[in-house]
Design a protein around this ligand. Sequence first.
Ligand SMILES: [Fe+2]
Ligand SMILES: [Fe+2]
Length: 341
Amino acid sequence: MEHTCPSSLDGEADGEHCRKDKGGGLSNLPIRNRNGVRAINANETPTIRLAHLSDVHVTTRGCRWQRSDWLSKRLAAWINLRFLGRGHRFRGATAVLAALMKELRQQRPDAIVFSGDATALGFEEEIKHAAELFGLHLEDRLPGVAVPGNHDYCTTVAINGAFERHFASWQSGVRLDEEIYPFAQRVGELWLIAVNSATPNRWAWDASGGVGAEQLERLRRLLKHLDGGPRVLVTHYPICLASGHAERRTHGLRDLHDVVRVAAEGGIGLWLHGHRHQHYRHRQTSWTPFPVVCAGSSTQQGIWSYSEYTIRNRHLHGVRRIYDHGSKQFRVAETFDLTLL
Ligand SMILES: [Fe+2]
Ligand SMILES: [Fe+2]
């Protein structure tokens, strides 16, 4: 059975005028349709602006440990955080994410795409803290789509719906069988299709993920069901590395080839992901005809960045903005262009 949330974004242009952009992306007075997407006039294809963030890895005090945590992957993740440098690399995460969201609240993108790893250890206290930093508790929160990363599903106990509860406002859309994943959110002419690729893993060295046969079957049906417009898949896990080579087995998507096949058959035109903390992108890969973009970490010391995508008529203009520690603001690092299939 198909289930559409009340905040599902299907709609036609209703001509509501938006405020003038403070971020400088579109300087003339555009028309907004019901989805908040801008069109210069009613006859033109609307321009869609997305902000892609990932791997913010925030943590907080007061996380409640349970006895089972000491025999789980959470212990290894904590040792990594506390003693092996991860905590040091993400020591500015809260402040950098606050600066990023301040910038985005001024720029007002049509949607934020968050591709997972909100937390360090997957505690509910961390998830709640991350959601608040994203402003999801505010009435005027920004629209968006979010999927969990492997750190958010650190243990079997961590998969208690905490991520989905705290990120619920970024998980509205069209879904099947009343299951949370996958779901598809309409943003103008575009479909953002969110797939959960994170799974808890037993062993400390295993950071692999999987979509699973049941979710994959729902994805296949969902893609068949959606109407026209470019389709953008959002997962935590990548297709390949920056080099173009495959991820190693203990760090990649276990059912990658099945997911890629369903995505290609279902008309996916772009794959957005995180997991790897350096930004990279490919116009196509050895496995796919469509482009892929890894957002990289938005908060890791020194490589903290996010990407803005302006999409119109299947042309994507990207601007990667990097955090400047001195000014405590983000600045343009590079621009790039891609064509969606
Ligand atoms: Fe990460
Ligand atoms: Fe990850």
